[in-house]
Design a protein around this ligand. Sequence first.
Ligand code: ASP
Length: 576
Amino acid sequence: MYRTHTCGELRKEHLGKSVTLAGWVQGIRDLGNLVFIDLRDRYGMTQLFFDKSSPLAERAKQLGREYVLQVTGFVRERSSKNPQLETGDVEMLVEKLTVLNESKTPPFTIEDVTDGGDDLRMKYRYLDLRRAVVSKNLLHRHRVAQSVREYMDGQGFADVETPFLIKSTPEGARDFVVPSRLNQGQFYALPQSPQTFKQLLMVGGFDRYYQITRCFRDEDLRADRQPEFTQIDCEMAFVEQEDVLQMFEGMVKHVFKKVRGIDLKDFPRMSYTDCLKYYGNDKPDLRFEMRLVELNNLVGGKSFKAFDEAEYVVGIVAENCSEYTRKQTDELTDWVKRPQIGSNGLVFIRCGADGSYKSSVDKYYSADDLKKIAEHCKAQVGDLILILSGGLAKTRRAAGELRLEMGTRLGLRNVEDYKPLWVLDFPLLEWDEEDKRWNAMHHPFTSWKKEDNELINTNPGAVRANAYDVVINGVELSSGSIRIHNRAQQEKMFSLLGLTEEQANYKFGFILNAFEYGAPPHGGIAFGFDRFCSIVISNLDYIRDFIAFPKNNSGRDMMLDAPSDIDARLKKELGL
Ligand code: ASP
């Protein structure tokens, strides 16, 4: 037996016992006549003790960090206890020591706070994984997966695997492709999601399907995007939107309860239109209010050009900020002018503690005008109103960003707090200005509201989809929809997206055909699993911490040094 206990296990109750541990040397303290070694494994750390009288003391001094040891000895009480450590009451008096393997000095310190930079830690990810702060996240991820499976299984969902080598049918992002040796000049694609397969499983009678599976998208990498990521992919037959919402609200609640002991309340629901109107984006962080207030009707006609000429004027109220210094307001103005936000400026109204109203545009607006604006915004004495103006879409987005920034600065985005939300009634289509055509906002298999059947021909942009997203604290966790399940409607959708009949048949003939053989009504959802873990565990949106071997921001695996060139012979065989 390699070990009788783990390095995280020994307590006072083990005093006097002979035990064997195996693990890595975290550190060695040589005090001359005494030597201490901290031995670490995934479960914790145990102090090993060698005294002068022991012939092992000299050997212990020769060991290095990250050596792999097996030690046998007696558990005894420590003279100075370490309350920070679960095993901190005890230590092992070592009687037998075997070096299982040596180690070079690691390129960074393997401790919670390390001196290793990102790239170095990615290159030696296997060493980074030895750090408790890193491994703990992956172990939590395992717990989240377990609780998802527990819920899904309990609800009668079958876990069915779908292929990774499929046909290229881009869903929005670019496909990763794999050249075929046996069919030279032809390619497989890696799935962006199992979307069409899960629908075909419904046609196949599977009824309730789920899978925790990898998806691949060759997108331009933004910070914290991974070219391969994991989804909890789900589909149900014979359901309406409400059934799906109930089922998956239940799943999210189950996971929070099981993993964090948190009871989430029923999720409120908000339409896409209201999200944009009140929060400036379709994934509002509801941990704080600070709604966007449209001011067009109050600010016009006062000869202030920036407002008069703007399509949209919007304010947000920062509570208790009327005493912001000039330096602070200038800094906020610079913040909204950054290219990422792209505003042309910021107007402030101070609702003074003395009942006064002062603004950065006093020249155009009387105290009375300002008071009216303040009342309209429901600003109180002591508040500061921040106003942006410009084109509707851009200004809304900017106001939404400013709201989040102010929320952060004012400490309103509490990490203890979870505010989930269903976002509903998304538009079916969005206009692609570059290609001058409609794109599916969700994907081309999403159905639209019956009430909007007429609009599909007259005003496609106004058609609402049967689509829904779960958002928590400003992070989109999932999206899904009720699907189209008949051929004619699916063909209609493809034609709206500008596909000719031939193109539709070439790309999607398999699913169009399937719809002619008794496809049941169906719908589903997929959760970004990495992101879900990040939110459930840390309430931060940082997925890389929850992936064992992530890629860096340029999509490289620093450890493998991939992507890389391939063997010339293989290239030839592939006809490349
Ligand atoms: N396949 C979709 C996606 O990856 C999710 C769904 O509609 O179920 O976003």
